[in-house]
Design a protein around this ligand. Structure first.
Ligand SMILES: [Zn+2]
Length: 352
């Protein structure tokens, strides 16, 4: 019995080994054939699209991670909407497995944001450079020998952008230099215009004050003193031409003072004296001359009426004539002359 059992086990063991051998060889043959025709790979899909086949998944994942986390140069950060998906497959050996295409698809799906430095004026970007040092150095160069009054309000702004448009330092400096020249010119033109306006205003103010002072001299200094002799004004009115001034129609120095007032206004002598002339005399028109003694004479010209005659004694209460426009005159006024030793002096040294 034991012998029979032993033989039986022996027989079946032999058969089992034989079968196992056949199965093993068969499997090996199938695998060999499969390995000749197919290869194991990953199908890579991104957002539903197949973007390629790769063999080494770890390698491509490492490459993608390195690309996304790259912050070299001016890259601030990178964002990808979604990462690729991998599916293990046996693919035909002749099917290409290229990492390059996968990387291109990943890059297309990625947004890169750059950090750059803008040189600004009053908050407005004038030039964009790669580093803060460059921006600093440009500002220092532009500020050198800049007119103190010109404020370019320069600053530096960190700019995050997806469009990388960096200028070289040289180009940026030139842009800023042109801006500086334009600003300085603008400032100088403005200053010149302000000076011109200031001058114009000063001129207008001078003319206004002059005409005002002419208009307000009517009651100023109603009386004066000449060599101890008390003087009073012959008429009230406004000064229309001063002693010494050259009138537009005259080629000679003005020898008296013109006081404008209405025709017919009574004239009184500046001081008591004796009438030495009372008649028409050329450009003076109707003229009265009074001798006050001590070599002092006074002239009253362009009169419309003469009320005194030669030899008559007068004082400051005597109306000697009336204002008019006779002789060389463009309108009613009194031409008052004061002469000392025959020489005309400025009546405004004593009157008005
Ligand atoms: Zn005159």
């Amino acid at each position: 019995m034991n012998f029979i059992l032993k033989n039986w086990v022996k027989y079946y063991t032999k058969e089992a080994v034989k079968t196992l051998k056949i199965v093993t060889i068969g499997s090996a043959m199938i695998i060999t054939i499969a390995c000749v025709k197919y290869k194991p790979a990953y199908k890579v899909t991104l957002a539903g699209d197949t973007i390629g086949f790769i063999v080494n998944r770890d390698l491509i994942e490492a490459k993608i991670e390195k690309y996304i986390k790259d912050t070299s140069g001016n890259i601030a950060f990178r964002e990808i909407e979604q990462l690729p998906e991998y599916e293990f497959k046996l693919i035909n050996r002749d099917k290409e497995t290229e990492e390059k295409n996968v990387m291109l698809a990943v890059q297309n799906m990625t947004t890169t944001t750059y950090k750059v430095y803008a040189v600004t004026s009053d908050g407005e970007q004038k030039a964009v450079v790669s580093t803060q040092e460059e921006a600093d150095s440009i500002i220092n160069e532009i500020k050198a020998d800049l007119k103190e009054e010109v404020d370019l309000k320069l600053g530096i702004a960190e700019v995050y952008t997806t469009e990388l448009n960096i200028e070289s330092k040289e180009i940026a400096t030139n842009t800023l230099k042109e801006f500086k020249v334009a600003k300085v010119t603008e400032y100088e033109n403005k200053k010149a215009e302000e000076e011109r306006i200031a001058k114009e205003n000063a001129r207008k103010a001078y003319i206004a004050s002059r005409s005002k002072s002419l208009a307000t001299t009517t009651t100023a200094a109603p009386s004066g003193n000449l060599n101890g002799m008390q003087l009073s004004i012959p008429v009230t009115g406004s000064i229309s031409s001063r002693f010494g001034s050259r009138g537009a129609s005259r080629s000679t120095i003005h020898t008296g003072l013109d006081i404008s007032t209405s025709s017919g206004t009574g004239i009184r002598p500046i001081s008591a004296g004796t009438v030495t002339y009372s008649a028409y005399k050329g450009s003076y028109g109707n003229l009265i001359i009074i001798d006050h003694g001590n070599g002092v004479q006074s002239y009253y010209a362009h009169c419309s009426a003469l009320y005194v005659s030669v030899g008559q004694s007068v004082d400051t209460n005597t109306t000697i004539g009336a204002v008019g426009s006779t002789g060389n005159s463009t309108g009613p006024h009194l031409h008052l002359e004061i002469r000392i030793g025959g020489e005309p002096v400025n009546p405004q040294n004593y009157l008005y």
